[in-house]
Design a binder for this molecule. Structure first.
Ligand code: NAD
Length: 492
């Protein structure tokens, strides 16, 4: 892509409806992993900026400029917001692709569409959700109502910047809260654009603020803030644990965390369609360069079909070779930055040194000079105790393990600190259901992978986090439940 077709980006924060530099004037470089180019300077926000954003959000919440609107009014604005995301889809997709390296075709086809759909879905839902009346005696009327929690802090990672933000800001805003969003320092640009579009759609100034910057400087002050009522975090388990500590150390704000994963993908010999299982298994681990929390990174194949499975899998690998993300045909783009690329290479080295067999990939490549790229990589002969089977790599690296029967594979699959997702492939309904019930994971796919949509909850068991994104359950995170008990003195 020539320099003239790269948009110019405004890296200033968005607080109280205005684009603003950090109070102390600090910035950081926003580099593209596509080719290493400098995209823009971004505001390096810290305590004073977070204080200003939280104050703006608090003022907006207290005067009820948004929370006080009828649900049907908020719905109309949210739907307009979704339409604007869609209308700006090409720019948002190009921005996302440049900022974090994903193929532009998926940035548009998946990220933009999912973010817009999420905003629209919660907008449409909010005037259809009813509160409750308790089954009291005639001498009382008891209302159980939902109220917005207040000021919601949102901290998100870089792998699906728009979608991760939308999963939180959409239900939070639809429910009437004010939001302060801190995107990852590795991918701050689309969040800023989303907040501009929200303003254009009619979400009042101060209701949706974006502060950019590093985790310890901008994220921690948000998580520790005494005037933030709820913190919704997506990111690593390491930082997620700190978020819960910070919530407890400060005002006991509600803390919700969507964290890491090491999802088991279990293929039995009686899987109904081996080609489909192979395609979904390979496609899902390499999608988004393997930088997906729910990537099926532990593939368990029943011993009797493992050779046949791997032969088919290896034939698919060439189509996932990394290429320029800005090329509309590319399916595997760049790793988000040099730090993450080094991390992926370290795990590939550990796989080899701990005795796994490298079947494919394993090398850095340079389809675009100056960018961060690695080949799609498959290890066979992995055991559940190896580091590449235990830890989240967050890159295009598949660990292949085998098993003998259902009891064996359930034990292996559950033997991990994470519990985000899982899959089971079998034509036996009893086995499918039995294994799905036994797996300790927030979502279990049967004879598919990652085909779910906004209507179902998403989140983890164990150290994959606390709480659920998506579906009507997400409203639970951004509302308080209130009981109003009304005495009725003279029942007729
Ligand atoms: P990360 O934890 O390093 O960072 C996530 C966010 O937290 C960033 O905005 C970062 O700036 C901020 N942060 C870092 N240190 C902080 C601190 N001390 N205080 C407050 N905020 C801080 O994660 P990442 O590398 O950006 O993202 C990858 C991780 O996200 C993976 O573990 C992945 O599994 C997880 N993830 C989970 C889900 C899910 O839904 N479960 C979805 C996507 C990504």
């Amino acid at each position: 892509m020539s320099d003239t077709t790269i948009p110019s980006f405004d890296g200033r924060a968005l607080i109280d409806g205005e684009r603003v530099a950090a109070r102390d004037g600090q910035t950081f470089d926003c580099l593209s992993p596509v080719d290493g180019r400098l995209l823009t300077q971004v505001a390096r926000c810290s305590q004073a900026d977070i204080d200003a954003a939280v104050a703006a959000a608090r003022a907006a919440f207290e005067d009820r400029r948004w929370a006080g609107k009828a649900p049907a009014q908020r719905k109309r604005v949210m739907i307009r917001f979704a339409e604007l995301i869609q209308a700006n889809g090409d720019l948002l997709a190009l921005t996302e692709s440049l900022d974090m390296g994903k193929p532009v075709k998926y940035a548009k086809g998946v990220d933009v569409n999912s973010a817009a759909n999420c905003v629209r879905w919660y907008g449409e839902a909010v005037d259809k959700v009813y509160d409750e009346i308790a089954p009291t005696p005639d001498t009382a009327l008891a209302l159980i109502t939902r109220e917005p929690v207040g000021v919601v802090g949102v901290i998100v990672p870089w792998n699906y910047p728009m979608i991760m933000a939308a999963w939180k800001i959409a239900p939070a805003l639809a429910a009437g809260n004010s939001v302060v969003l801190k995107p990852s320092e590795k991918s701050p640009l689309t969040a800023l654009k989303l907040a501009e579009l929200a303003l254009e759609a009619g979400i009042p100034a101060g209701v949706f603020n974006v502060v950019t910057g590093y985790g310890p400087e901008a994220g921690s002050p948000l998580a520790l803030h005494m005037d933030v009522d709820c913190i919704a975090f997506t990111g690593s388990t390491r930082v997620g644990k700190q978020i819960h500590v910070m919530a407890g150390q400060s005002n006991l704000k509600r803390a919700w965390t969507e964290l890491g994963g090491k999802s088991p993908n279990i293929v039995f010999a009686d899987c109904p369609d081996l080609d489909k299982a192979v395609e979904a298994s390979v496609g899902s681990i390499f999608f988004n360069q393997g930088e997906s929390c729910n990537a099926p990174s532990r593939l368990f194949v029943e011993a009797s079909i493992k050779d046949a499975f791997l032969e088919k899998a290896l034939k698919l690998v060439p189509q996932y070779q990394p290429a320029n993300p800005l090329d509309k045909n590319t399916v595997m783009g760049a790793i988000v930055d040099q730090v993450q690329l080094d991390n992926v290479m370290r795990y590939i080295g550990l796989g080899q040194s701990e005795g796994a067999k490298l079947l494919a990939g394993g090398e850095r490549v340079a389809p675009v000079a100056g960018g961060c790229y690695v080949q799609p990589t498959i290890f066979d002969g992995v055991t559940n105790s190896m580091t590449i089977a235990r830890e989240e790599i967050f890159g295009p690296v598949l660990s292949v393990l085998s098993f003998t029967d259902a009891a064996d594979v359930v034990k292996q699959a559950n033997n991990n600190i994470y519990g985000l997702q899982a899959a089971v492939w079998t034509r036996d309904i009893n086995k499918a259901h039995g294994v799905a019930r036994a797996l300790r994971a927030g979502t279990v796919h049967v004879n598919s992978y990652d085909e779910d949509d906004i209507t179902v909850p998403f989140g983890g068991f164990k150290q994959s986090g606390v709480g659920r994104d998506k579906s009507l359950h997400a409203f639970d995170k951004y509302t308080e439940t209130k009981t109003t008990w009304i005495r009725i003195d003279s029942p007729v």
